[in-house]
Design a protein around this ligand. Structure first.
Ligand code: SF4
Ligand code: SF4
Length: 312
């Protein structure tokens, strides 16, 4: 019996996605991820607690937020606390802020300059949102749990997937697969499709790029592919993982475990502004999006190896 009252930390729900599984899908973004990919486009999904996003352009410096903050985390801006390039009006001490559940500052701001990212929701509340999209699935679409990484909130994610199954909704998860084998195994009965990335085949390089080695990830992909469809995606990060040798090794690994389709995704900078809003540093400023020729070249390498390669 599904526990509809189980709660999890959700930071977004998006309808009408067509890139994250079959058909039209509802994406549920869960907070918390064990990786720290240098190019992460959803940095608001990394930490397993609610955070405040600060929109400099909307702030008038009235300090209403500072007055209500019970932890003294907000002060008038000084050069010593500058985050990023823009000239903010306030400084937010992210360490003091990290465990605040009150978030009084967000409600106090008259201009919407402070935004909460991460909200506790029950399985029931999320399923209610999913049910609104049911007519659009047309027997093909469904729900994809993303993040962050849904495997980082396993109990909530599994209850949610189970509840979707009870509504005959197709289920998918987007996971980095950096988790104990037993944890991944619990997802198998309630997940129709696993979407995962291979960021680098060399473990040392993988650790440099994401903060963790790749052995566990590759083992989990191999295990999962024995039981369920797995779609492997490769983010193409110029100068980091886009060399021919790594691309061929990725295709060879997938073929070995019966995965015959790989999606390649060109690096982009769509998430960069969020870093500044969250007081985080973006370390990939210099890297440019790979051009069409490069993407076609990688597709050719993959297809020569025998996989179907789609450029997303
Ligand atoms: S989230 Fe909490 S600690 Fe952080 S600034 Fe707002 S009220 Fe203060
Ligand atoms: S964030 Fe909002 S409440 Fe705080 S100083 Fe800026 S405008 Fe005022």
């Amino acid at each position: 019996m599904t526990n509809l009252k189980k709660t999890g930390l959700v930071f977004d729900i998006q309808s009408f996605s067509v890139h994250d599984g079959p058909g039209i899908r509802t994406l549920i973004f869960l907070k918390g991820c064990p990786l720290r990919c240098l190019w992460c486009a959803n940095p608001e999904g990394q930490k397993l607690f609610p955070e405040v996003r600060y929109h400099v352009m909307k702030c008038v410096g009235c300090l209403a937020c500072a007055e209500v903050c019970p932890h003294g985390a907000i002060t008038l801006f000084s050069e010593a606390c500058r985050e990023g390039k823009k000239q903010p009006k306030i400084c937010i001490d992210r360490e003091k802020c990290a465990k605040c559940l009150g978030l009084e500052c967000v409600a106090a701001c008259p201009n919407g300059a402070l935004q909460l990212t991460g909200k506790l929701m029950t399985v029931e509340e999320v399923v209610k949102a999913v049910k609104r999209d049911l007519p659009f699935y047309r027997g093909k679409g469904g729900v994809t749990l993303s993040g962050g990484d849904p495997v980082y909130q396993p109990k909530f994610a599994i209850e949610l997937l189970q509840a979707c199954k009870e509504e005959y909704v197709n289920t998918a998860i987007e996971s980095a697969m950096f988790a104990k084998r037993e944890k991944i195994e619990k997802f198998l009965p309630v997940t129709d499709l696993f979407l995962t990335d291979i960021k680098h085949m060399n473990s040392k390089k993988h650790k440099e790029l994401t903060g963790v080695p790749n052995e566990l990830i590759l083992k989990n992909i191999a295990l999962t592919a024995r039981y369920k469809p797995v779609l492997v995606r490769v983010p193409i990060i110029p100068g980091s993982n886009d060399d021919d040798k790594n691309m061929a090794a990725t295709a060879a690994f997938c073929l070995e475990y019966g995965i015959t389709r790989i999606n390649i995704l060109p690096y982009h900078k769509l998430g960069v502004s969020k870093y500044e809003q969250l007081g985080m540093e973006y370390l990939q400023e210099e890297i440019e999006t790979p051009d069409d020729d490069k993407m076609e070249h990688i597709k050719e390498i993959m297809e020569d190896m025998g996989v179907t390669c789609i450029i997303n």
